[in-house]
Design a protein around this ligand. Structure first.
Ligand code: NAD
Length: 248
């Protein structure tokens, strides 16, 4: 494909936060964008096809992707978290977080790959917590570590089919949810700034622009890589990042 050709791209979890920024950015580039989320957002982007769905539902994901036809790109933003000390973490919560973040990523990537008959690019969303430990996030961190490992395997397995697979590890991102947390807790906002070499949170659009680059021809020989969009957290002192008061 040339850069001028419109791509068909599916974004999971595109109703809010990073996923919504991906939807907006890709649509603005002229891509045909499909968004699947448990919710249909109140504010939608013109031209984007919104579908209500669950990334853990095998039959639903199959039906969705079969309905789209040939795919060129996938960004897997659907994710949930759960904060709990490991000793009191219910196995049902552990499973739920693994199901959405890891199993859902695998299911969508595998089903999408079958629809990438002209080659394609898959971007998974990992986390800074794929790279270091922080208290109370055992399930989330295990899932995100799994996303990183999965990304490498799929990249190697599908390279010969012209399908690239890369991940993004965001640091702290100023999503609506995060903005609310920080407004209520200015001390926490200050902690984040202090432990981020770049001195601020990432904007969702900065993650989206990185995803757009990974989907495009400019990154045509990049596969199996993880790009941190974290203002330098992972390049710095990870112990400092992991143990600061308040967890992530
Ligand atoms: N915000 C951050 O600081 C940050 C940092 C690192 C990684 N991440 C990761 O980025 C991704 C997006 O995070 P966000 O902050 O934008 O979160 P968000 O909660 O704003 O968006 C997640 C979206 O996923 C959807 N979703 C959840 N479960 C789903 C399911 N089973 N099926 C379909 N859709 C589902 C939600 O409805 C929501 O719209 C997540 O994987 C998250 O772990 C976020």
């Amino acid at each position: 494909m040339t850069a001028e050709q419109a791509r068909t791209v599916l974004v999971t979890g595109g109703a809010s936060g990073i996923g919504a920024a991906c939807v907006a950015s890709l649509a603005a580039r002229g891509d045909q964008v499909f968004c699947v989320d448990r919710e249909i957002p109140e504010r939608t982007v013109a031209g984007v096809e919104y579908r209500r769905g669950d990334v853990t539902d095998e039959a639903g994901v199959r039906e969705l992707i079969d309905g789209i036809g040939t795919l060129h790109g996938l960004v897997t933003c659907a994710g949930i978290t759960h904060r709990e000390p490991a000793l009191s973490l219910a196995m049902s919560d552990f499973q739920r977080v693994l199901d959405v973040n890891l199993r859902g990523t695998f299911l969508c990537a595998r089903t999408a790959a079958e629809a990438m008959t002209e080659g394609g690019s898959i971007v998974t969303i990992a986390s800074m917590l794929s790279h270091y430990g922080t208290p109370n996030l055992a399930a989330y961190s295990a899932a995100k570590g799994g996303v990183l490992a999965l990304t490498r395997v799929l990249a190697v397995e599908w390279a010969s089919a012209g399908i690239r697979v890369n991940s993004i590890s965001p640091g702290y991102v100023r999503t609506e949810f995060m903005a609310g947390v920080l407004e209520r807790n200015p001390e926490y906002a200050e902690q984040i700034r202090a432990r981020t070499p770049g001195g601020r949170l990432a904007e969702p659009e900065e993650v989206a622009e990185t995803a757009a680059w990974l989907l495009g021809t400019g990154s045509g020989f990049v596969t199996g890589q993880d790009i941190a969009v974290d203002g330098g957290i992972l390049a710095g002192d990870r112990r400092l990042a992991g143990v600061a008061k308040g967890g992530v």
